[in-house]
Design a binder for this molecule. Structure first.
Ligand SMILES: Nc1ncnc2c1ncn2[C@@H]1O[C@H](COP(=O)(O)OP(=O)(O)OP(=O)(O)O)[C@@H](O)[C@H]1O
Ligand SMILES: [Mg+2]
Length: 452
């Protein structure tokens, strides 16, 4: 079992919980408890990595269950968190899975996907690190392939390597034709992943690669300008492929991986349990399949086995119908941190509309600015929209802040359509503007059900 990071790979000190919350505050309104919980959980990853064995292995993550009505920021917090941390992160709906033995995704694919995500990140980082030296090596290869330059005149010496490099960079050799030895593109042949047969798939792919076209190199006559980028790509690939990248990706997944399991309530047995056997059996089956993953097991991936003991799980659900207590007890026990997200009110809506960094109104402003239309929202206009959203939510179905998306779209439908014809103008959205375009709809139950 590999729980030790290779020497010198202790991650740098990450953000403090306070800093993480501040970062999240820039995008997500309210929901302080949930933000604090994820911030602490993140910081705990780093705290644990500084502890010596054997204690380190004993400290398992405290998984989080986020409970709250629909459209109040559960997924949004996870989304922002993912961008914030450099950790391998995967968001997946629990409803995507079916019980072992049925057609559908098996839960172990979570870990496999997480490894692929981590591997891509490692690859990108490796390419970035290699970019300077790869360029230089590509240039050297071009110089070596250049035909010898006849001395400029009697007594003249051949240009030095440095001089030739400078000429190459100036573009002096761009048109010169050379024999470029390029490794033939890897055949791209890959044996499809068969669940349960990863190791076999991997070996078979390796076999295909050695047999297929693609082994060895090809010689092509190219001008320097064409050859250089090809050499560079080859050098980059050589440095950023293979090696210990898969090992490092797996390490990161094991030590820092985060899985966001959305819609967990949808696989809980309904309260009361009165709704028949069929679908419940399979829901519970998915929970049973998830359990070992959350408790800690080994999943075989094509890059090697992965221990899941220290992967952090954040589950989330509206729990309208089912309650957390309707999850199987073993799973409940694995999500000891419960945070409830608050329903959003009119003040929150105003802030979501205009107070966050990439708020909805800013998005529309930026879009319409492209047409020369400057869109202005007055304070009372924002209030009116927020109040209407609350009203429609109350009367039809409470979809939280999602209501703002539909309301704004409706509100700005006309100006969005006509913007190119309007020329350079200012459109001011005040209470009257909102009232005129939305109030009638919002007041009509049937209409608002369909349109807002
Ligand atoms: N607290 C918030 N701050 C800022 N924006 C929010 C907030 N809550 C919701 N939103 C907005 O509403 C949209 C829906 O929110 P989100 O996807 O987080 O809902 P959810 O809580 O995951 O709901 P569900 O239970 O239906 O999945 C987001 O795209 C975001 O624009
Ligand atoms: Mg969600």
């Amino acid at each position: 079992m590999s729980t030790l990071l290779p020497a010198g790979r202790e991650p740098p000190v990450p953000m403090t919980p306070r800093e993480i919350v501040e970062e999240l505050d820039r995008h997500v309104v309210g929901q302080a408890a949930a933000k604090r919980a994820v911030a602490v959980a993140l910081r705990n990853r780093w705290r644990r990595l500084g502890i010596d064995e054997p204690l380190r292995t004993e400290i398992t993550p405290k998984n989080i269950l986020m409970i709250g009505p629909t459209g109040v920021g559960k997924t949004e917090i996870a989304r922002r968190l993912a961008r914030l941390v450099g950790a391998p992160f995967l968001k997946i709906e629990a409803t995507k899975f079916t019980e072992v033995g049925y057609v559908g995704r098996d839960v172990e694919s979570i870990v496999r996907d997480l490894v692929e995500t981590a591997l891509n990140a490692e690859r990108t980082a490796a390419r970035l690190r290699a970019s300077g030296s790869a360029r230089l090596r590509a240039e050297r290869r071009v110089l070596a392939a250049l035909p010898p330059v006849p001395p400029a005149g009697p007594g003249a010496t051949e240009p030095s390597e440095r001089e030739r490099l400078a000429r190459l960079r100036r573009g002096d050799y761009d048109e010169v034709v050379i024999d470029a030895d390029l490794s033939a593109p890897s055949s791209g042949l890959e044996f499809p992943q068969v669940p349960g047969l990863e190791e076999f798939s991997q070996q078979f792919t390796t076999l295909l690669r050695t047999l297929g076209p693609g082994a060895g190199t090809t010689r092509r006559r190219l001008c320097v300008a064409e050859a250089l980028p090809l050499f560079e790509e080859e050098e980059l690939r050589a440095e950023s492929e293979g090696g210990d990248l898969p090992r490092r990706a797996i390490d990161r997944v094991e030590q820092e991986g985060i899985v966001f399991l959305d819609e967990i309530d949808k696989i809980a047995r309904r309260a009361g349990g009165g709704d028949g056997g069929g679908p419940d059996v399979s829901r519970e089956g998915v929970q049973r399949d998830l359990l070992p993953l959350v408790e800690g097991t080994t999943v075989v991936t094509r890059h090697g086995p992965v221990r899941t003991d220290h992967i952090l799980f954040i589950a989330s659900g509206a729990f309208h119908v089912a309650r957390p207590a309707d999850l199987i007890p073993e799973l409940q026990g694995r999500f000891p941190i419960r945070v409830t997200l608050d329903p959003l009110g009119e003040d929150d809506f105003v802030r979501i509309l205009a107070g966050t960094e990439h708020a909805l109104t800013r998005q529309y402003q930026a879009l319409l600015a492209r047409e020369g239309v400057s869109l202005v929202f007055t304070e009372d206009g924002l209030r009116r929209i927020a109040a209407l959203a609350v009203a429609v939510n109350r009367r039809t179905e409470d979809i939280g802040a999602r209501r703002l998306h539909t309301l704004l779209e409706r509100l700005l439908e006309d100006v969005s359509f006509r913007a190119p014809d309007l020329g350079r103008t200012t459109v001011t959205v005040d209470a009257a503007y909102a009232e005129e375009r939305l109030a009638a709809l919002a007041g009509d139950l049937d209409l608002s059900r369909y349109i807002l």
